[in-house]
Ligand binder design. Sequence first.
Ligand code: LMR
Length: 397
Amino acid sequence: MFETLKPLPPDAILGIMTLFRADQHPGKIDLSVGVYQDEKGHTPVLDSVKRAERAILDKQDTKTYVAIAGNALFNKGVEELIYGPNHPALRAGRVSTVQAPGGSGALSVAGHLLSRAKPNARVYLSDPSWPNHLPLLKTAGLTLENYPYYDYRNHRVDFDAMAAKLETANAGELVLIHGCCHNPSGADLSNEQWQALTALCERRGLVPFVDFAYQGLAEGLEQDAYGARLMAERLPEVVIVTSCSKNLGLYRERVGAASFVSATAEQSKLALANAMNVARGIYSMPPDHGAAIAGKVFADRELSALWSKELEEMRGRLNSLRKLLVLKLAERDTPMDFSFIAKERGLFSFLGITREQVIRLREEFHVYMIESSRINIAGINHANVDYVADSIAAVLR
Ligand code: LMR
């Protein structure tokens, strides 16, 4: 039967990771997949994570199943992180959360739950968005449409165009919004824009579906939650998916969560029961190891303080690399003004160069990025930034 299957093009992001790994050139530079790297180009295990992991391994005396909803300590910690411990929706019992295998697993659970609650529901995705949003939500049975988001010419969010499109959406339709560190553009909504968007959703009866995979990597854990918290306070229903891949560096452990704000505590119980039933029908139970680590880091005062510091260091490094890259490119006197990169946040920015220039960078200079010209800022360091800037300047000439 497998002869009936069609060959596929490589994945837009993981395909570049494969090409990078196959390149034997010693000076190759990876600005592709969204994984944090330190100054040495290494993706470290955080100290807070190591310590929590050791404590768990020492104590753990069984590997029996945990629960369909996952690790309770983790779910509580994630809720406090997303909403803040005293959020009115939490206090009213209107929030239910299930742990899921990574942010993608969380998107899948949320997508299937939405489909069940509202068959073929329409979800508006930002143009552009993370490419995997589309297959994940389509497989869940949702109908997808775009709203304009990134203004490539002016390197900023085109909020007026976004709002104009969403004004045409119907009540009950969903708007997928990146909570912070927009992937792929790095251009985030300002607090004023979050307020305006919340008011729009309220007026039009739209349901926000917030992908919050990068909390803590833009301005801080609290600051980054401004929009998600506001929406959860003002609107009856909100869906929030999150991940500990990036902010805790737990990538391969697959730690994420899907959280649902319902109109009433009664409906919240229904959302939880159905989300668990959805999960049971996909993977039955989420993996525990990474979630147990994250749960411990959140709950333990000392570990959580250590984690905050480590996160601050990652965030600070990203933001200073942004400035450094802008400076180095300006020194090369390129025909383009790259200053917008310093204003964007998180791991990603578009360089705004052509696909042909991206391919030249890869083939001639061994500098790898996504073909949309999305770069991972964390792949830059003090040892390679001059080479990166020289290479970009060379393809622009
Ligand atoms: C990315 O956008 O590069 C990351 O989220 C990794 C992935 O799975 O695509």
